[in-house]
Design a protein around this ligand. Structure first.
Ligand code: HEC
Length: 152
C-alpha cells in the first residue's frame, strides 16, 4: 500500500472512531405544549418557523448529517445553546420583561448574526431577505419599526 493509501486508511479509521464518541447523540424534541408557543402574526411566524425554529424551538428538524460525527457534535451544541437563549416553544412561560428583552435580542440579531452563515449555507432559503428583516423588526419593536438596543 502506498503512502496515500495509508493516509486514506487512517482518515477513514479516525472517521469511524468518531462515530463511537458518546457526544452529541441526543437529538431531542421535548414535548411542545401548543399553549406555551409564541403567537405572533402569521407573516412573522412563517419567518420564525422557516429560519429560527431548528435551533430556537422544540421542533427541530434534524438533518441526516446531524447524526454523523463530527457534524453531530456542533449541531447538538447549537440547538442546546439556541434553546437556552431563546425558545419559541415556551415563549408564554417568559415574563413580560423577559419577552421584551428577547424582542430586543431578535431585533438586534435578525439583521446580521442570526441565523448564522454555516446554517443558511446548508439550508437554502433560510437567510432572511431585507423584506423579512423589516417584518420581524416591526413586530419586535411592537409596531414602531425602531427600537433602541444596547450592545451587551
Ligand atoms: C443554527 C442554529 C440557529 C438558528 C437557525 C438561529 N439561531 Fe439564534 N442562536 C443560536 C445559538 C447557538 C445562540 C446562542 C449564542 C450564544 O449563546 O452565544 C443563539 C442566540 C440567539 C439570540 C440571543 C442572542 C443575544 O445576544 O441576545 C437571539 C435573539 C436569536 N438567537 C435569534 C434568532 C432568530 C430571530 C433566528 C431566526 C431568524 C435565529 N436566532 C436562528 C442558534 C441559532
Amino acid at each position: 500500500m502506498g503512502i496515500f493509501g495509508r493516509v486514506l486508511g487512517i482518515i477513514i479509521l479516525v472517521f469511524v472512531v468518531f462515530q463511537f464518541v458518546p457526544y452529541g447523540k441526543e437529538k431531542t424534541n421535548p414535548k411542545a405544549d401548543k399553549s406555551l408557543e409564541i403567537n405572533a402574526p402569521k407573516n412573522v411566524m412563517v419567518i420564525f418557523k422557516k429560519s429560527c425554529y431548528d435551533c430556537h424551538s422544540n421542533q427541530t428538524k434534524w438533518p441526516w448529517w446531524s447524526y454523523v460525527a463530527p457534524a453531530s457534535w456542533t449541531i447538538s451544541d447549537d440547538v442546546k445553546g439556541g434553546r437556552a437563549a431563546l425558545n419559541f416553544s415556551i415563549w408564554n412561560t417568559y415574563s413580560p420583561k423577559k419577552q421584551q428583552q428577547e424582542k430586543k435580542g431578535i431585533y438586534r440579531t435578525v439583521a446580521g448574526p442570526m441565523p448564522f452563515p454555516q446554517y443558511t449555507w446548508l439550508h437554502k432559503g433560510t437567510k432572511l431577505t431585507k423584506e423579512e428583516i423589516k417584518t420581524v423588526r416591526k413586530w419586535a419593536s411592537n409596531g414602531k419599526g425602531f427600537m433602541k438596543t444596547s450592545i451587551r
